[in-house]
Design a protein around this ligand. Structure first.
Ligand SMILES: N=c1c2ncn([C@@H]3O[C@H](COP(=O)(O)OP(=O)(O)OP(=O)(O)O)[C@@H](O)[C@H]3O)c2ncn1[C@@H]1O[C@H](COP(=O)(O)O)[C@@H](O)[C@H]1O
Length: 107
């Protein structure tokens, strides 16, 4: 079990998005290219993950899912949306459906 979390990756994305121009950073190049470029990458990776879900191997799906999560975090960053806002929305839905207490009891 890895201790690496989406929060960890979001922090790295935020740091790299602000990297100096002298540093080579793929994240920075995407953010500099703007929301449309980030959206295109996110869309492409989403389609690739969907294809891997339908007919790829588990190894391919793991790689495509990682690409989707990374590019989603870059998209959130370029539109200045914090991951915590997304998690709060997910938590709100969980509470609404009555699953929150059950999940915390099972933890
Ligand atoms: N998860 C990733 C990640 N996934 C893919 N890539 C880079 O994405 C680039 C393009 O890969 P693609 O397969 O999308 O190829 P492509 O479609 O031809 O590329 P495009 O020109 O269309 O973007 C490669 O250079 C990869 O290195 C990534 N680059 C960075 N990260 C994460 O971001 C962190 C910071 O990276 P830097 O910003 O480069 O410091 C890293 O530590 C990783 O955690």
């Amino acid at each position: 079990m890895t201790g690496f979390t989406l929060d960890d990756l979001a922090r790295i994305v935020a740091q790299r998005a602000d990297a100096s121009t002298a540093e080579k950073s793929y994240t920075r190049s995407l953010v500099e290219a703007g929301p449309a470029r980030c959206a295109k990458k996110l869309g492409e990776e989403g389609v690739e993950a969907a294809l891997a879900t339908a007919s790829g191997t588990k190894v391919e799906l793991v790689a495509e899912a990682a690409d989707v999560l990374y590019h989603l975090l870059v998209a959130l960053r370029v539109r200045e949306v914090d991951l915590v806002e997304v998690m709060a929305e997910l938590e709100r839905r969980t509470v609404q459906s009555g699953h929150a207490e059950k999940a915390s009891r099972e933890r």
